[in-house]
Design a protein around this ligand. Sequence first.
Ligand code: FE
Length: 210
Amino acid sequence: MRDDVRERARTYFDGASPAHDWHHVRRVARLAETLVEADGKQIDEDVLFAAVWLHDIGRSKEDCGEIEDHAEWGADEADDVLRELDADAETIEEVRHCIRAHRYSNDVAPETREAKILSDADNLDALGAVGIARVFAYGGELGQPLYDPDLPPEADDSAAGETQFNHIHEKILDLPDRMYTDAGWELADDRAAYVAAFADRFEREAAGEL
Ligand code: FE
């Protein structure tokens, strides 16, 4: 089933933007494998990897305003995909939960091991060098400025940051606090330290100190 789900999921990413394209999904799959190995606890790999492949199938629809919440829409769409592939009802329910819970802002907390690993893997891809690249790719799509010297992070009280640089401060550097697994936390801590060093250097360059 795993390969069939992967191939079905892939079709949703034609023309996807760089921050949430199929390469993102593949990196999340790789990170999920790393976390499963490090975690060492029993999990249902069919559930986890179906959820990994399908978690962002609604993302481009949300980005263009066609739907409001890619996690809710994605869970319903995943239900249809998995039904067509003859997955059993319990697997479908578990995958639905993982997908609904991976989006931090929709108030569904991950309750199962599989949902926690998907959430951690997805957040890890928002950290480190790759995470920084994704912030600027996404901010570029939104047409946000890189940085605004008149709006430093401490003066920006928007939820996600009004500049790309502020987004790093508002959202990305807090991600280690949102990890659910020990292995996820360790990797997140290391990646966040890299982002913090980048942010510090960026600020000094932008201020003309370097
Ligand atoms: Fe994702």
